[in-house]
Design a protein around this ligand. Structure first.
Ligand SMILES: Cc1cc2nc3c(=O)[nH]c(=O)nc-3n(C[C@H](O)[C@H](O)[C@H](O)COP(=O)(O)OP(=O)(O)OC[C@H]3O[C@@H](n4cnc5c(N)ncnc54)[C@H](O)[C@@H]3O)c2cc1C
Length: 459
C-alpha cells in the first residue's frame, strides 16, 4: 500500500551539486526539505566528476614535477606510478568530503530519502511505496555520459569518464573521442602518468567553446607534451581487438590503443521519470526553464545539468540557491551565464570568464583586446610555465572577457570574475596594484596595456 508523508515545503529529486545546494539553502531559510537520492549525495561532481578528476590531476602534477625536477636543480627520479596508491588518495579525498556533506545535510534537518524517485504529479515524488508531497518540487537529476550512434560502451575497452576514473592501471595508450573539457583533462592526466594519448575532435579546435587563442595555446602545449590530436576530424568506428581497440577516423585512418575513452558530452537524466506525464515541457531531454529556473508547471523548478545551461557544478550550486531563495520569498536575480567562470584543469590550465572575441563581434561589439604573454610574468617564469592572459573589452567600455592559459591560472578566475561581472573598465583595473611576484600581475599588466600604459609589456 502506498504511504504518503505530510507535505514538505520542498521536495528535491536528485542530491548532486544542484539538488543538495538547493536543499541546504532552503533549510537555511526555514523550509522543511526532503532530498531524494538513489545513489550517493554529492552526485556526479563529488563521486564521478570534479573532485576525483582533480585529485588524479594533482597526482599527475606531482609526477610531472618529479620528472622535471632537474629544471629546478633538484635531482629526483620517478620510480613508478602506483595506481592503487593514487586511487586510494583520490578515494580518501572523496570519502572525507562525502562524509562532511552527509553531516551537513543532517545538521540542517534535511530528510534524505534513499531510493529512486519518480515524479507522479505536480507536487509529488514517489520512492518505492512512499510518496513525498511538496509545496514545491525541484528536479535535479543531473546528467550521464553520452555516446555516438553505433558506438557501444563496454566499460572495459570502450569506456566513459565513469570507468576512466576507476582504472586499476594507467593505460599504455588511449584514444580519446572528444576534445572538450573532460577529454582534454583525461588526455593531460594520462599523459602525465605515462600513457600515449591521441584525441579525436570533430570541431576545428580542442576546447571548442573557448576563445580560439586559448585553444591554440593549449594545442601548442599539448604538442610539446607529446599529446597527439586530430581536430576537424570525424570518428567513423571502433572495434575491440585482442590487444585493445582499433578506432577508424575520417579518411580511413586507424588508431590503435589499449582503450577508447568516449568523452562526447553528457546528456540529461530525464527519461522515464514522469516529467512529461506531469506536463513539464522538455527539449532534447533537457527540462525547459526560464531565467529563474521555473518550468512551465508552477510548482516545479529544475536546476543543474538537467537544464540547458553550463554543465558545471558551481552553476548547479548557483541555480539551486536561486530556486531556494525564490521559494523562500526572496527576490534573487537571474544568473548571468556569461559571467560564469569556466576552467579546464589540464596542464596547462585553461580558464575563462565572459565572452570570446568571436562572440563579442557576433553581438555587434566593437572591441579592443590585449594578450599578455606569461613570458613577461615573474611568477610564471619561476614556475616555468608558458601561456597568456587575454583581455577583451568593448571599445571605450568595460571588460567583456578574460581568457587565460598556463599552470595554475584557474586561481586567477576569481579576479577575472569580479572584473567582468562588475563591468570594470580597463583603466579602473589598471589602478589596482597587484602583489609581486604573482601570476595575478599578468591580469594587472594586461589591463595596464589596455589602458594605454603598459609596464612589462610591449604595448
Ligand atoms: C569527469 C567530470 C569532471 C568534471 N569536472 C568538473 C569540474 O572540475 N568543475 C565543475 O564545475 N564541474 C565539473 N563537472 C561537471 C559537474 O560534475 C556537473 O556539472 C554537476 O555534477 C551537475 O550537478 P547536478 O546536481 O545537476 O547533477 P549530478 O551531479 O549528476 O547529480 C544528480 C543526482 O541525481 C541522482 N538521481 C538521478 N536520478 C534520480 C532518481 N530518479 N531518483 C533519485 N536520485 C536520482 C543521481 O544519482 C545524482 O546523484 C565534471 C563532470 C565530469 C563527468
Amino acid at each position: 500500500m502506498a504511504n504518503s508523508s505530510s507535505p514538505y515545503d520542498v521536495v528535491v529529486l536528485g542530491g548532486g551539486s544542484g539538488g543538495y545546494a538547493c536543499a541546504l539553502r532552503a533549510a537555511e531559510l526555514g523550509m522543511s526539505v526532503a532530498l531524494v537520492e538513489k545513489d550517493k549525495v554529492g552526485g556526479t561532481c563529488l563521486h564521478r566528476g570534479c573532485i576525483p578528476t582533480k585529485a588524479l590531476l594533482h597526482a599527475a602534477e606531482v609526477a610531472d614535477q618529479i620528472r622535471e625536477s632537474e629544471v629546478f636543480g633538484i635531482k629526483a627520479s620517478l620510480e613508478a606510478v602506483d595506481m592503487a596508491g593514487v586511487n586510494a588518495y583520490k578515494d580518501k579525498v572523496v570519502s572525507r568530503l562525502w562524509k562532511g556533506l552527509q553531516g551537513l545535510l543532517k545538521s540542517r534537518g534535511i530528510t534524505v530519502v534513499e531510493g529512486e524517485g519518480r515524479l507522479t504529479g505536480p507536487t509529488a515524488v514517489q520512492v518505492g511505496d512512499d510518496t513525498y508531497e511538496g509545496r514545491h518540487v525541484v528536479l535535479a537529476t543531473g546528467s550521464a555520459p553520452k555516446t555516438l550512434p553505433g558506438l557501444d560502451l563496454d566499460g572495459e575497452r570502450i569506456i566513459s569518464s565513469d570507468e576512466g576514473l576507476r582504472l586499476a592501471e594507467v593505460p599504455r595508450s588511449a584514444v580519446i573521442l572528444g576534445g572538450g573539457i573532460i577529454g582534454v583533462e583525461f588526455a593531460s592526466l594520462w599523459r602525465s602518468l605515462g600513457a600515449e594519448v591521441h584525441i579525436v575532435e570533430m570541431l576545428p579546435h580542442l576546447l571548442p567553446a573557448e576563445d580560439e587563442s586559448s585553444s591554440k595555446l593549449l594545442e601548442r602545449a599539448f604538442r610539446r607534451r607529446g599529446i597527439k590530436f586530430e581536430v576537424g576530424t570525424r570518428f567513423e568506428g571502433a572495434k575491440v581487438t585482442d590487444e585493445g581497440v582499433q578506432v577508424t577516423i575520417e579518411g580511413g585512418k586507424t588508431l590503435e590503443a589499449e582503450l577508447l575513452l568516449v568523452a562526447v558530452g553528457r546528456g540529461p537524466v530525464s527519461q522515464d521519470l514522469g516529467y512529461e506525464q506531469a506536463g513539464v515541457e522538455m527539449e532534447r531531454g533537457f527540462v525547459k526553464v526560464d531565467g529563474h529556473c521555473r518550468t512551465n508547471v508552477p510548482t516545479i523548478s529544475a536546476i543543474g545539468d538537467l537544464i540547458p545551461t553550463w554543465q558545471l557544478a558551481h552553476v548547479g550550486f548557483g541555480e539551486g540557491i536561486l530556486v531556494a531563495e525564490r521559494l523562500g520569498g526572496l527576490n534573487p536575480v537571474p544568473i548571468d551565464h556569461d559571467g560564469v567562470p569556466r576552467v579546464t584543469y589540464s596542464e596547462p590550465e585553461v580558464a575563462s570568464v565572459g565572452i570570446t572575441s568571436a562572440e563579442a563581434r557576433a553581438r555587434g561589439h566593437e572591441i579592443t583586446e590585449f594578450t599578455y604573454d606569461l613570458a613577461g610574468n615573474g611568477k610564471s617564469q619561476i614556475l616555468q610555465t608558458q601561456g597568456a592572459v587575454k583581455i577583451i573589452s568593448a571599445k571605450d567600455g568595460p571588460v567583456l572577457g578574460v581568457h587565460m592559459v598556463g599552470s595554475r591560472v584557474s586561481e586567477l578566475s576569481a579576479e577575472a570574475q569580479l572584473i567582468t561581472n562588475w563591468e570594470a573598465l580597463p583603466a579602473e583595473v589598471a589602478q589596482l596594484i597587484h602583489p609581486h611576484p604573482t601570476q595575478s600581475e599578468a591580469v594587472g599588466e594586461a589591463h595596464l596595456a589596455l589602458a594605454g600604459k603598459p609596464l612589462h609589456a610591449h604595448g
